[in-house]
Write a protein that binds this ligand. Sequence first.
Ligand SMILES: Cc1ncc(COP(=O)(O)O)c(C=O)c1O
Length: 405
Amino acid sequence: MGAYLKTVSPETMLAEGRGVRVRDTGGRWLLDARSGLWNVTLGYDHPGIKEAIRRQLDTLPYANLIGYGRPSALSMEAAEALLPHLPSHLNKIRYCSNGSQAVETAVLLSRFLHRAQGAPERNTVFGMWRGFHGLGAGGGALTGIPYVHHQAGPLLPDVMHAPGPFEAHGDGQASDLERLMTDFGPERVSAVVVEPVVGEGGHVLTREYLTSLAQFCRTHGIHLIVDEVTTGMGRTGAFTRSGQLDLRPDMLTLGKGLTSGYAPLSAVVLSDEVYQAVRGLPYDQQFFIGSTNDGHPLSLAASMAVVEALTTEGILENVRARGAELERRLTSVVKRHPQVTSVRGTGLMYAIESDEPDLLRLAMEARGVLVSTLAKWPLVISSDEIEEIVVAVDQALGDVAEFAS
Ligand SMILES: Cc1ncc(COP(=O)(O)O)c(C=O)c1O
């Protein structure tokens, strides 16, 4: 936090957004190739989302999902609009407020269900090293980044991590996750949480890896939770990566692009099997969880406008076309820069691996393009804007090499 604050100057705060660009308080317009915090997927001035929020403000600005049995009618409408675009076995949605909370809700629901079904020893949850699922005590516990655990842990107990397939053996090789769960005792595992594309590094988990993991989980009665907070809502060129790969997770989480970042919202989507298991429990054994702003009506209205946009504005097609273009151009440009060791990703989610990620990020910023250590390009980006980014990558890599020599 201290280091971060030191980098904020009065001229670099953001003041305005238009399309895929933001203006800072110093008056400089920058191309936001990180889409806010990977969430402003449809750009900063999408008319349909703005109008939907305005209308909802005049109709019902607040209702809640957790108390007194009077949720907004809009929560049903929003779920009904979204569900047809998700894998068909997933058919119940619980809206939450942010991504970490969605992951935490899914994990606690998994533990709750095993306990309610007479298996309290099934309490351990597995995540993947380098996986990201939030920074709090629940989502952060699943996050496989050591400093998140060291800074103020211990976080949620009974959480373990395994190396991803990209770590020990290279993509598509034998699964350490399955091996570790086998050694640990699968009958003591409640759930596994994975991102289908690991956001911190852009590693794309293969269909084979994920299908094998899903099969392992099914065989051993473990819930498979696929965290699509980043990959969901269009980023990989489909509504969900799970749908794109024909995966059948027990629970799937969404967030970020669910409202294109215009209002906070996330969701846990349940398979029919999980939902029926919860529903079948006696009245005095219910899963009680939630927070005041879960399923906030302004956010739900935004989410319906996003679903409408994704289905009517050619956005998924744009992601696939621009993604292919981006991969081709990046792969070609980095050949000139030996310090880049890898380009990887899918859809509009690409990473460049270099020894100097922070320097490169700052050099890109100096060239007028905002990126995070992993870039998440706006889904509405055009060919010209892709070219603008690729040229900035090329120039910034040159700047970094010059600086280092
Ligand atoms: C895959 C994934 N899961 C969960 C989260 C946490 O979401 P939030 O920051 O909304 O709590 C993130 C945030 O970057 C994420 O990328």
